[in-house]
Design a protein around this ligand. Structure first.
Ligand SMILES: [Zn+2]
Length: 513
């Protein structure tokens, strides 16, 4: 902390001495992006690491052209290079230029270069070809030709071409697109399609105490995703500055490379520091499944909450036992659906709504049994949880199904489907494939409004990350809960249930028709 103070002081002086509308590192969250923005997730990801730079302290200006100075600033920050403004070898980058430190460091690191005439042209805009060469270098495969570098980024799932065969090297680079490509270069979980990187096995060094933090991004500014004890085996996919992008027990994140070794460590099981689970472990199964009910809550003088106490929501984790459902990257649909349903069930316990689960452990049920269970209990709503897969690993996104609407009951299912879909796309930043109809047996058999949710494609690399990650499963469980509340709040007009939203830090969705 102490070491950083002089830099902070210099930065403060610079803010005072240099007029506004100048290149600067952004320490604030940008205020000019809404969550529906195409570049929102990536810009916010970079913001968390304080990797952004802008001409405005509070606005990222995603549609403005990317300049070479800002490119050096953001890449320099993402690699944790020395950003202290200082002398550079370029005649047009004096030490008074706030980007001078990162420009010189990025040049020293071989990531970016100047012009033959001894200038850097910091205010020149970057075209897509120049950006591609830059990111190919950043990704560890320096390609000095714009078109070939562009093809490389397309093959790596970092960028799309303007057409499948043309990268559009001459086109101008917008700041928002730059942020997206930088994020995908740094963090492969953001990449397009099912791009797989070949991992290298490494181990957490002996003596790492209490455990190595695995973070969401390559900086200590990022949240800890999980931890890995000394001796733990990791799959290392790529390096970013001093950090390595790794997988540990199905979770992806960044660890500081100085704690890793290629040599297997002689740490015994009992020496290992227990890994702190990121999320509370779901409760132990309580078979037989259909009997799971909580006591009827005490009477309340809120009519809407009292009404909810008479509701029973059936949660159906798809597949199980001998039927794994879809499988991708070694992870089975039946495992994800059960975990998500259990998280959803935990959320429902915070409400008066009763739930039943068609299974709470790894067991096989015939499709006809599932509908029969929900009908036997006279459930109010039926929610079947599934994970998609497709022949192509490029299929991605979230979708909700109900039966084709032709009666009041089916119209209610359609509305439930809409509210579920709305919350699903809020939970995971995957494409919205929309609300659809299909003649699935569980939807056909059930007598109450019923929906079937397809939560991503298990054989798509990016979707798979969300599907298998406990913290993301929990978010999706919350989405199922909130979608149900939204349905009661809007479609059934139960406006007295806002305390349930408050309890989980949410608000009613907008009304959907
Ligand atoms: Zn399924």
């Amino acid at each position: 902390m102490m070491k950083r103070l002089p830099f902070a002081f210099i930065a403060l002086l610079a803010v005072i001495l240099i007029p506004l509308q100048d290149v600067r590192a952004m320490t604030n969250k940008p205020t000019d992006l809404v969550p529906s923005s195409r570049v929102y997730e990536e810009v916010m990801y970079l913001s968390e690491g304080q990797f952004l730079s802008s001409d405005d302290a509070n606005k990222f200006l995603p549609d403005a052209p990317m300049t070479r100075a800002h490119a050096a600033m953001m890449i320099g920050a993402a690699l944790e290079l020395n950003g202290k403004p200082r002398w550079t070898k370029f005649s047009d980058v004096p030490s008074s230029n706030r980007a001078s430190g990162y420009i010189q460091s990025a040049v020293d690191a071989g990531v970016i270069s100047g012009y033959a005439d001894g200038t850097f042209k910091p205010n020149n805009t970057l075209n897509r070809g120049e950006m591609a060469m830059l990111f190919s270098r950043l990704d560890g495969n320096s390609i000095p030709n714009a078109d070939r570098a562009g093809k490389y980024l397309m093959n790596q799932g970092i960028a799309l071409g303007v057409t499948p065969s043309d990268f559009g090297s001459k086109q101008l680079m917008k700041r928002g697109d730059f942020a997206v490509f930088l994020t995908r270069t740094i963090n492969p979980t953001f990449r397009l399609e099912g791009v797989m990187l070949a991992p290298e096995t490494m181990y957490v060094k002996e003596g790492t105490r209490p455990a190595l933090n695995v973070r969401k991004g390559p900086s200590t500014k990022y949240a800890v995703v999980t931890t890995a004890p000394a001796g733990k085996r990791l799959s290392v996919f790529k390096k970013n500055g001093q950090w390595s992008f790794v997988e540990v027990d199905g979770k992806y994140g960044f660890v500081h490379s100085s704690y890793l070794t290629k040599t297997e460590q002689s740490v015994t099981e009992s020496d290992e520091t227990p890994v702190v689970p990121e999320q509370p472990t779901p409760p132990a199964p309580q078979p037989p499944a259909p009997e799971q009910t909580k006591p009827v809550p005490p009477a309340t003088n809120n009519a809407d909450l009292a009404y909810l106490a008479t509701r029973l929501v059936a949660l159906d984790p798809g597949h199980g036992g001998k039927d794994p459902g879809a499988v991708g990257y070694g992870y089975a649909e039946k495992t994800a659906t059960l975990a998500i349903a259990k998280y959803a069930n935990e959320y429902f316990k915070q409400s008066p709504i009763q739930t039943m689960m068609t299974r709470t452990d790894d067991r096989f049920l015939e499709l006809w049994e599932i509908g029969a269970m929900a009908n036997a209990r006279n459930a109010s709503l039926f929610v079947s949880i599934h994970i998609n897969s497709a022949a192509s690993s490029s299929a991605t996104g979230l979708e909700s199904y109900s039966m084709k609407a032709s009666s009041a009951g089916l119209e209610r299912a359609r509305m439930l489907s809409k509210y579920m879909q709305n919350r699903m796309v809020e939970a995971w930043p995957l494409p919205n494939r929309g609300v659809k109809t299909a003649n699935f047996q569980v939807l056909r058999d059930t007598k109450m409004p019923a929906v079937l949710l397809e939560m991503g494609f298990i054989n798509n690399k990016r979707d798979n990350y969300y599907i298998r990650t406990a913290s993301e499963q929990k978010k999706m469980g919350r989405a199922v809960y909130l979608g149900t509340l939204d349905y009661y709040y809007h479609y059934e007009g139960r406006k007295g249930i806002t305390s349930l939203y408050d309890a989980v830090g949410a608000k009613p969705s907008k009304r959907l028709y």
